[in-house]
Design a protein around this ligand. Sequence first.
Ligand code: UDP
Ligand code: MG
Length: 137
Amino acid sequence: MERTLSIIKPDGVRRALVGEVIKRFEQAGIRIAAMKMLHLSREQAKAFYAVHRERPFYDSLTEFMSSGPIVVMVLEADGAIQKNRDLMGATNFKDAAPGTIRHDFATDIEQNVVHGSDAPATALTEIAFFFSALEMV
Ligand code: UDP
Ligand code: MG
């Protein structure tokens, strides 16, 4: 069993897409091992996305990610990282395949509803950013 981090971003929470996103995970056979809602500070958003700190979209992205509550989850499945990325769709919703979360709901390359870890090493560090071992069931 593999674990990955999922975030329903502030646009997804504001637009009442939490249930829709979780339904897609459950229907894909993904188990939710941990979940909570929180509101990142700007500093916390900058720390989470530190890998992108040299990118031109870093300031805007971290402002957006700290603009309202998010839902963070640990997803568990065989191949959870890729399964979640497949359900999410491409970063830019204009390139995302029909039936993916970003194709169906994203409105903008930045405001794209969901985050998902992209590799085993990032999954480990991103899960540890939000959850302790005791919080995973
Ligand atoms: N992003 C953006 N402009 C870009 C590329 C990315 O605003 O040109 C935002 C978008 O919200 C994306 C996040 O930065 O989800 C992280 O980018 P990454 O390339 O890691 O995409 P992801 O892994 O989320 O598909
Ligand atoms: Mg990424």
